[in-house]
Design a binder for this molecule. Structure first.
Ligand SMILES: Nc1ncnc2c1ncn2[C@@H]1O[C@H](COP(=O)(O)OP(=O)(O)OP(=O)(O)O)[C@@H](O)[C@H]1O
Ligand SMILES: [Mg+2]
Length: 345
């Protein structure tokens, strides 16, 4: 039986078949309602917030759409769904109810997105720093399982930078959509290796500003301030967040892990997620770690794709013990939500 793999991201939902190297289909995780019947303006609603499904009805609409598009017959498949660390069990139960009772999947399994992203690089022990749409997590992984009590979270992701760019442009009396602000961000922002020096230089020389033409041909002046908003990952205080930066989160995450595992956990550190795809992110992260610790850390970025979580889940579903991780419809009928509160193989 082929399994269906569904990566439920705050920004994108990706679906495809077990064993494939990439999802067959992906859509933005949002539903639109018409703001005004006289215009073509839409208001978007986002059923996932910070990695957690907050509106299952709208999420069901998105799943229906994407399963229909792939012509999936759920009765013939089990489904593996990704979820953010710390997703409440009650949330899992609600998702399972929809998958079994609305779609009729024959089995279900949940797994932490960051763990899948890590195993997509072919390793099962190490640490991942993953930053997506609205959250960033540092997750230590030992032999394929997250060391849950050491996971560190930061409520900041790529969409915070998108919204800040949107605010800055609108302050200049030019009105753009969030999609346009995201486009500006993805094509112009970068991580700097020396933020303070770059900020001083850019305040002295306005030639750091550059003109950028959006797909609709509108021209925007992209300032150095906008380009360097990515610094929020290393210093959240620039967006008024009282949290440590990702390098400090990583250090405290490792300190929480058992001493005898630390060497293996720090051997290969992987950076993944859409918000880690700016130029220089990996180099800067490594620079900060080497500055703050005696030992050298090997950091890698996942391949330039935001699909590593889906790919890892697809790999996982091919492992011989995957079937033992599934909850079947028959078990669900007999035990209900209790299936999701017991520990599995
Ligand atoms: N090339 C890129 N450069 C910079 N940012 C990017 C790039 N590609 C995607 N992003 C940003 O990454 C964010 C989405 O990341 P990602 O696709 O990992 O999130 P997700 O999987 O949908 O959500 P979650 O955080 O719940 O896992 C968006 O803010 C998007 O603008
Ligand atoms: Mg994701």
């Amino acid at each position: 039986m082929t399994h269906i793999i569904c990566d439920n991201g705050t920004y994108k939902t990706r679906v495809g078949y077990s064993g494939d190297t990439q999802p067959t289909s992906e859509i933005l995780t949002r539903t639109g309602i018409k703001k005004d019947p006289m215009t073509s303006g839409y208001e978007f609603l986002f059923p996932i917030k910070g990695g957690i499904i907050i509106d299952h009805d709208r999420m069901e609409t998105i799943w229906t759409h994407i399963f229909d598009e792939l012509n999936i017959k759920p009765k013939d498949h089990s489904i593996l769904l990704t979820e953010a660390p710390f997703t409440p069990k009650s949330n899992q139960c609600k998702t399972a109810q929809i998958m079994f009772e609305k779609f009729s999947y024959s089995g279900i399994c949940f797994g932490i997105d960051a763990v899948f992203s890590y195993i997509s690089n072919g390793r099962s022990t190490g640490t991942i720093v993953t930053s997506g749409a609205e959250t960033t997590h540092v997750v230590p992984i030992y032999e394929g399982s997250a060391i849950k009590n050491a996971i560190k979270s930061l409520p900041i992701g790529g969409e915070h930078i998108t919204r800040r760019i949107n605010d800055i442009v609108c302050r200049g009396q030019q009105f753009i959509s969030l999609d346009a602000a995201r486009n500006i961000k993805e094509n112009n922002c970068m991580v700097t290796l020396n933020y303070d020096r770059q900020m001083i230089e850019s305040s002295e020389f306005s030639h750091f500003d550059k003109e950028y033409t959006l797909p609709d041909n509108n021209t925007i002046v992209v300032t150095r301030e906008m380009m360097m908003l990515t610094e929020v990952m290393f210093d959240p205080s620039i967006m008024h967040h009282d949290s440590p930066g990702i390098h400090e989160m990583y250090n405290s995450c490792i300190e929480y892990c058992p001493e005898e595992l630390r060497r293996r956990l720090t051997d290969v550190v992987l950076l993944s997620g859409g918000n880690m795809r700016f130029n220089n992110t990996c180099t800067r992260f490594q620079q900060e770690l080497n500055r703050s610790s005696q030992s050298f850390h090997h950091c890698f970025s996942s391949p330039p794709s935001d699909e590593s979580c889906w790919m890892g889940a697809s790999l996982f579903s091919r492992l011989s013990y995957f079937d033992q991780c599934l909850t079947s419809f028959v078990e669900y009928e007999e035990y209900g939500d209790a299936c999701f509160y017991r520990s599995r193989a």
